[in-house]
Design a protein around this ligand. Structure first.
Ligand code: ACO
Length: 369
């Protein structure tokens, strides 16, 4: 096919690149459907193993027996990933958690395992390496997986070194399901581009981690917490935020390429925080976050009248993961712990299409004389 388009679409806004059964993002209505379920219903009721089964194994939520089977597969794969830590040299010694995650997953070789077994291996590895990096960064030894636990519970235990706490683990499950898939976001597209070259899944996931790291994608929640700390009290919010926008800096956790209304995942995560509070977990940042969101909306409406900028998922990610007891340096890697499920599902979906992704560019440089 020859190139007929004349205008460039540098951000690929609105360009359809795939048909997918995995998720639907309606940016006008603020609705997210994952595998046929509204994100809120799914995330407040399902656990991580459920969304793995849903997105990798035929589009249905698992039975109790299937959930248990997925739990056991992930647990065994966590043990295998943990056993590899000794062999990955200094990959986990990076100062930044996303650098460590990218380097450690890059150490995994391509395998001839069946595709779903490979997805289980990679998903387990992302959680184990993220948790091990967190421990090493705190000067502690990595904690071995507990094969009796669910994936979220074990991730919490391996990362924090604390005993499993049902309310916090429930919130973590809600978070991981909420971020498991989200249309053709930058890291998912990256995973699909690599898969489209007939490369292996570990290469796709490594590349996707690199895309997720950026602050315009998955790198925002740590800076959101820094912002809440810098603001300190609701009454400081407007002045602080206005100065940021005037200095042409972006307010982290606000704005989205697709959503022109509030990101529906923000509401789900707020509910997860409220549920933790009801279970007795103290979350002192929720009221401040709500006040900052309100002030940011008002300032952005005034200063950027041509754009519709509202809270995105990262805004309340910061609050929910902080309340769940994870350090802010682990927020972006934890996004990867959830999103790897969607990356893998998209790799499978693109493999079924089997077409190399290869867009065109328009040469505007000098011609040979
Ligand atoms: N704060 C201040 N201004 C903003 C913000 C923001 N958070 N977001 C967008 N704008 C402004 C831009 O400065 C630009 O203004 P201008 O036209 O006057 O120059 C306008 O809105 C459009 O910005 P674009 O960059 O073209 O919009 P895009 O669709 O590419 O941006 C993005 C989406 C990258 C998420 C952006 O809103 C942003 O940088 N947000 C802050 C970082 C963030 O929260 N990242 C997490 C995203 S969610 C996720 O990936 C999981």
């Amino acid at each position: 096919m020859s190139v007929t388009q004349t205008a460039t679409a540098s951000g690929l806004d609105g360009v359809l690149v795939a048909e997918t059964l995995l998720s639907e993002v309606d940016g006008e209505k603020g609705r997210l459907i994952i595998g046929g379920h509204d994100v809120e219903t799914l995330a407040l009721n399902a656990v991580f193993e459920d969304v793995c089964a849903l997105l990798w194994k035929g589009g249905k939520l698992p039975t109790d027996a299937e959930r248990e089977s997925m739990r056991k597969e992930l647990a065994a794969a966590r043990k295998a990933a943990f056993d590899r830590i000794a062999k990955i040299g200094d990959a986990l010694d990076h100062e930044d958690g996303m650098d460590a995650l990218r380097a450690s997953v890059a150490h995994l070789s391509a395998t001839d395992k069946d595709q779903t077994a490979d997805f289980v291996r990679l998903t387990a590895a992302v959680a184990v390496f993220a948790a091990a990096w967190c421990r090493k960064a705190a000067g502690c030894a990595p904690i071995a997986p507990d094969l009796t636990l669910s994936h979220a519970a074990d991730y919490y235990r391996m990362a924090t070194g604390k005993a499993v706490d049902a309310a916090r683990v429930r919130a973590l499950d809600t978070y991981l399901v909420t971020v498991s898939d989200h249309g053709m976001n930058a890291s998912t597209f990256t995973a699909r581009v690599v898969a489209s070259t007939a490369s292996d899944s570990a290469s796709s996931v490594t590349a996707a981690i690199g895309a997720l790291k950026g602050p315009l994608h998955g790198g925002a929640p740590g800076p959101v917490l820094d912002m809440l700390d810098a603001i300190g009290k609701p009454e400081n919010a407007s002045k602080w935020l206005e100065a940021e926008v005037d200095a042409k800096r972006r307010i982290m956790g606000m704005g989205h390429r697709i959503y022109k209304v509030r990101d529906p995942r923000a509401a789900v995560l707020e509910k997860a925080i409220e549920r933790m509070e009801k279970a007795g977990v103290k979350t002192d940042r929720l009221a401040l976050a709500r006040a900052v969101e309100k002030a940011a909306e008002e300032i952005l409406r005034r200063k950027k009248p041509d754009h519709s900028l509202h809270a995105n998922v990262e805004f309340y990610t910061a609050v929910v993961l902080d309340a769940a007891g994870l350090p802010r340096t682990l927020f972006s890697p934890t996004f990867g712990v959830g999103r790897v499920v969607g990356w893998c599902a998209h790799i499978a979906e693109h493999r079924a299409v089997g077409r190399l992704i290869r867009p065109a560019s328009k040469y505007v440089g000098p011609m040979p004389s």
